[in-house]
Write a protein that binds this ligand. Structure first.
Ligand code: XMP
Length: 508
């Protein structure tokens, strides 16, 4: 087991992810609870995270006793500085801040660098730097901006690096972490998603006791995986509420109901709120107002249903780690609101429900793996992300029931062709957008004057940036032909070739 002590870095969860990728179980605990965690977790190794703070200005710290426990310790960035500070080295505020790509030169062979080249690309992000290392340590790698880029006390199994091995820009970062775990701490990579499932089940049971839990299902992968996992842990103490906004993809509402009620036997309240949502959107043209209306109604409807469940104490959410980071703003400061995502941040305070968020530490692909572990199909867990406001933001301008139906039909054909061509999994998101524009066409010798449909498909790793997807032309051609032939009211199809930035993925 590995204990990761968190000093507040934005990328601490990435350390956990890398450790899990190596097949080793780990837990992240804040530095304020480090002493307690050392007792409860009983780790075989400890990793100290980075931090936005500075040791020079008395930043977060841990009890020095950590270094007397005989445990191997790996300090990352702030972790290195803290280790130096606590063990008698020296850290100074750098005149020379170092951010971004850097090259380190490995100056002394060490098990932590096993299998690496003499020069490696790493990712630096630090203001302070170490200027003298503690007794018993030696320098094992240097870089231009950081003469103490990596240091080690091999006897005591203390290692520390100034760069971030957990981020993908450090090319062999995972190898360094693996070396620390396997070569230095002697751990084995035999931990799996099946084990995570068991551990989470225990945790949920412990948190919830005999209390009742409500879970809002959206039809997406995250809330579904959370619900199935929680149901496995506490059975009938869980009730799912599925608010059908009428803005889902074709047939997805029914699929959710069938999957949960019939397949998993999970108590489910299906709230048919289509008319409510479409009614409220009538006459609304502004994208942000549409989002706010949907967000507000969603909470209202959910709240009303939740109130009917007697004695519910907990609210389950499928919050993932990237949601957590994004909603607290990755740069620590107020970032500009481009679009107000309504489903992050959850429900109003007055509901006073305690949160159960079993996926909070996971990344999307890990949630998918967990979903499969829980018996969800590949097709289900591999679903593209779908925005909370649904098709409403894929109908620029006013949303009407007729437009929703047209869009659903066209979108279903588009996805069907993508699946048939075997391209679905290469794409981050693919969807159709129904434009408020009519153009002239000719069908069967007659003039038509109908709507334009835009197709969008992007590749992305996190939705923050995206590239338009380069379809083979014949696939796009088939989509266009089928849509114009089969969907009433659409006589022209265009493809969106904008990346993000400057575009966004959705059209509104
Ligand atoms: P944009 O359009 O901002 O989208 O490039 C980035 C990702 O977020 C999704 N998205 C939303 N998700 N509520 C959501 O839950 C929203 O209001 C919303 N707007 C965009 C979008 O589908 C993409 O995955």
């Amino acid at each position: 087991k590995v204990l990761i002590i968190d000093f507040g870095s934005q990328v601490t969860q990435l350390i956990a992810r890398r450790v899990r990728e190596c097949g080793v179980y780990c837990e992240i605990h804040p530095f304020t609870k480090a002493a307690e965690a050392l007792k409860t977790v009983q780790p075989n190794a400890v990793i100290l995270s980075g931090s936005p703070h500075s040791v020079v200005e008395a930043g977060p710290t841990v009890d020095k006793a950590l270094f007397d426990m005989g445990l191997p310790v790996f300090g990352i960035c702030y972790g290195e500085q803290l280790m130096c500070d606590l063990l008698g080295g020296k850290v100074e505020s750098g005149h020379h801040r170092e951010f971004g790509r850097a090259e380190i030169e490995i100056t002394k062979s060490s098990p932590i660098f096993k299998g690496l080249d003499a020069k490696e690309t790493v990712w630096m992000s630090h203001g302070d730097r170490v200027t003298a290392i503690p007794e018993g340590f030696e320098v094992i790698a240097t870089s231009e901006g950081a003469p103490f880029a990596a240091i080690a006390n091999e006897d005591k199994r203390f290692y520390a690096v100034q760069f971030h091995p957990e981020v993908v820009h450090t090319k062999r970062g995972t190898d360094m972490i693996r070396n620390f775990l396997f070569e230095i701490a002697g751990l084995k990579g035999d931990w799996t998603m099946a084990a995570f499932r068991q551990e989470m089940i225990e945790k949920i049971r412990k948190q919830v006791g005999s209390g009742k839990v409500i879970c809002g299902l959206s039809g997406g992968v995250d809330s579904s995986v959370a619900a199935v996992l929680i149901h496995e842990a506490i059975g009938e103490q869980l009730t799912c509420v599925f608010v059908d906004t009428g803005l889902l993809r074709k047939n997805e509402g029914e699929q959710v109901v069938t999957l949960f009620r019939d397949h998993y036997n999970i108590p489910l309240i299906h709230v048919q709120a289509q008319d409510k949502f479409l009614g409220a959107l009538k006459g609304e043209f502004d994208p942000e107002k549409k989002r706010k209306t949907i967000g507000r109604l969603f909470i209202e409807v959910f709240d009303e249903e939740a109130a009917k469940i007697d004695g519910a104490e907990f609210l389950a959410q499928g919050t993932l780690y990237p949601d957590v980071v994004e909603s607290v703003s990755p740069h620590g400061g107020p970032s500009t609101v481009i679009k107000s995502h309504h489903n992050v941040g959850g429900l109003p305070d007055y509901m006073k429900l305690k949160l159960v968020e079993p996926l909070r530490e996971l990344f999307k692909d890990e949630v998918r793996a967990l979903g499969k572990e829980l018996g969800l199909t590949d097709a289900f867990v591999g679903r593209h992300p779908f925005p909370g406001p649904g098709l409403a933001i894929r109908i620029p301008g006013e949303v009407t029931p007729e437009k929703v139906k047209t869009l659903q039909d066209a979108d279903a054909i588009y996805l069907d062709e993508i699946r048939k061509a075997g391209l679905y999994d290469q794409i981050w998101q693919a969807f159709a957008v129904l434009l408020p524009v009519k153009t002239v066409g000719v069908m069967g010798d007659a003039r038509t004057y109908e709507d334009v449909l835009a197709l969008r498909a992007v590749t992305s790793s996190d939705g923050m940036t995206a590239d338009f997807y380069e379809f083979p032309w014949p696939v796009l051609g088939r989509c266009a032909t089928r849509i114009v032939n089969e969907v009433r009211g659409v006589n022209r199809v265009v493809y969106d070739v904008t990346s993000k930035p400057p575009g966004t993925i959705e059209w509104e």
